[in-house]
Write a protein that binds this ligand. Structure first.
Ligand code: G6P
Length: 606
């Protein structure tokens, strides 16, 4: 994780780097720092804590210079102190770094044996020392970089600023993403194109293993020990207007409210405007796929769990869903001609990327369902289905999940039609149900007073249970994850049928139980679970539709009545209440919904 930025410009570099770091704070916010060059010398400011702390330091003691590097940290090696904050400086070299230099201990031992003193606990500092020593020994910075790259192992990206070199940045990418931005007589580098959006939309994406020399006049890209390579300039689809909070308090709130558009745009992209049908993308278009394996992390994994129901029931295809971090470290057995689907908002989660590489090595063809078209996973997959949620900044994923579920559901319908499992009549009904979702989701957003009242209770609870059956089970898991990640209230998502095998022991009047229960084929069984909770004095919070409320609702205060939809698409609608309950509980508690402690959005460590 960590966000990195670099700038060679004609303007003061510090304010524009701080602004770019604000758009990278989703990658980590344990500490932040900047370094610039003025009169050939390095200047540095660092602060522990969020970027606002660094803002204050820089406001009190401004940084001169028109070239520099900046960093926002998610701590891996060493606690989030000022000493461990980036940039790390050794002699003439300042480095900002994301990811892990895996062989740093060995490199550090060698440097220490040579009398080098370290000032931080980080793995980053070895890069600064190794480059500084090579430059002091007479090598050019570029030659020093060429010699260094083959010596490093791990998954990382870093950017280097060298004292005395006001028109030079060195940037390297091994797995972790890095985008170079070209301006008019200016050059920039950042962990993603979104960070650079207000500065330029002309982007050169570095490939895995590339390193680059940036000057104001342009960029040269190399591999290994200095073999030049060509990388195409692209125009980023992200505009500056897409990266603000608008009138919302938090990105998360804004992104929850953007879900009708996220669903509609994803549907428009997936469905053919002429026929209204989805085309099945490569490699899922092959006949007789023996098995689909979905790999993902976090919330994207839960979207995969819902997809399993759809692939099995609408298309009759055997489907397994795997946590990427587990899949990649097992001796998995996959059938010939199998397809692996990687589902990921960022396209950069390292666990998911490694799972993709493992599946590829095992002969699987890969489809990525991804929200960032230029991401590593999108580029390494055989086929890509883009979700069109737009840039997502809240650390807890919301609108990207709605878009993933929409894409999965449309895909399952298309597969069911392609293999004859689903009748055209039913397919039309389901496509209509999907098309109606943006409006239904819009309606579900409008129960604010009810959500706030229930969230008040959740914010005060010590433990909360979320239960759901069938297609509602992944939503129960998602609800619990959302609540714990942004409010720090302990929450567990459980399959409603499993309640009797354990969680029922937890139930008393102090444990709110959120039950996700649209009227579907599982409803009657879930209704029994509601009675079982109530019989034990438990406080039921019921998310259901009008028919469900009539059958089960006791206290109006604790029932959210959602629009009635076809049960197959219900999980996409029921995301909204679980997201908003968590969001308002965070507002009530005063926790930072956009930047919850210890988390980061794009997790590029294992
Ligand atoms: C992190 C984020 C989650 C996200 C997960 C997977 O844990 O905090 O919100 O669901 O990564 O991210 P991906 O980009 O692969 O969907």
């Amino acid at each position: 994780m960590c966000g990195i930025v670099g700038a060679l410009t004609g303007r003061p570099a510090a304010p524009l780097m701080l602004d770019a770091l604000r758009r990278l704070e989703y990658r980590g916010y344990d500490s932040a720092g900047l370094a610039t060059i003025q009169d050939g010398k390095l200047h540095r400011r660092r602060a522990a804590g969020k970027l606002s702390e660094l803002d204050a330091v820089v406001a009190a003691d401004p940084l001169p210079g028109t070239s520099g590097v900046g960093h926002t940290r998610w701590a891996t090696h060493g606690p989030p102190t000022v000493e461990n904050a980036h940039p790390h400086i050794a002699g003439r070299v300042a480095v900002v770094h994301n990811g892990i230099i895996e062989n740093y201990a060995e490199l550090k031992a060698g440097l220490k044996a040579d009398g080098v003193t370290f000032t931080s606990d980080t793995d980053t500092e070895v890069v600064a020392h190794l480059l500084d020593r090579a430059i002091r020994a007479g090598q050019t910075p570029q030659a020093a970089m060429a010699a260094l790259m083959p010596r490093l192992t791990g998954a990382f990206a870093f950017v280097v600023l060298v004292a005395g070199e006001d028109d030079l940045l060195l940037a390297a990418r091994r797995v972790s993403p890095l985008a170079i931005g070209l301006g008019d007589g200016e050059a920039f580098v950042g962990s993603d194109a979104v960070a650079l959006a207000p500065l330029t939309r002309r982007i050169v994406y570095l490939e895995d293993g590339d390193w680059a020399v940036l000057r104001r006049s342009g960029v040269e890209v190399f591999r290994d020990a200095g073999v030049p390579v060509e990388r195409r300039e692209q125009i980023s689809t992200v505009s500056a207007a897409m990266v603000g909070k608008g009138n919302y308090r938090h990105f998360m709130e804004k992104e929850i409210h953007e879900q009708p558009e996220a669903i509609a745009h994803t549907l428009n992209a997936v469905l053919d405007p002429g026929t209204g049908r989805a085309t099945v993308p490569y490699p899922l278009d092959a006949p007789d796929i023996p098995k689909i394996t979905i790999v993902a992390a976090g919330t994207s994994y839960y979207a995969g769990l819902a997809a399993r129901y759809w692939f099995e029931s609408l298309a009759g295809i055997a489907t397994e869903v795997e946590l990427a971090s587990e899949f990649r470290d097992r001796d998995v057995v996959l059938p010939e001609r199998g397809v692996t689907i990687a589902v990921t908002q960022s396209g950069e989660s390292l666990d998911t990327l490694m799972a993709v590489r493992q599946a590829k090595a095992l002969g699987q063809r890969i489809l990525a369902i991804v929200n960032v078209p230029e991401s590593t996973i999108a580029r390494e997959s055989d086929g890509v289905l883009l979700t069109r949620a737009g840039p997502e900044f809240g650390v807890a994923s919301t609108k990207a999940t709605a878009a993933q579920l929409t894409a999965f559901c449309a895909l399952a319908i298309a597969l069911g039609r392609a293999n004859g499992r689903l009748s055209e009549e039913r397919a039309i009904e389901l496509r209509d149900a999907l098309a109606g979702l943006p409006s239904r989701v819009g309606e579900a957003l409008h129960h604010e007073a009810r959500y706030v009242r229930i969230a008040h209770d959740l914010a005060r609870a010590r433990d909360v249970l979320y239960l759901g059956r069938g297609l509602s089970y992944p939503i129960a898991l998602e609800g619990a994850l959302k609540l714990k990640e942004i409010t720090y209230v302990h929450a567990e998502g459980y399959a409603a049928g499993e309640m009797k095998h354990g969680p029922i022991a937890l139930i008393d009047e102090n444990v709110p139980v959120v039950i996700v229960a649209p009227t579907d084929r599982w409803f009657e069984k879930t209704a029994s679970n509601v009675s079982e909770v109530r019989a034990r004095g438990g406080r039921v919070i019921l998310l259901t539709d009008a028919a469900g409320a009539e059958r089960l609702g006791e206290s109006d205060d604790h029932v959210v009545v959602l629009p009635t939809v076809d049960p197959v698409v219900a999980p996409i609608l029921y995301l909204v209440p679980v997201q908003l309950l968590a969001y308002y509980a965070a507002v009530e508690k005063g926790t930072d919904a956009d930047q919850p402690r210890n988390l980061a959005k794009s997790v590029t460590v294992e």
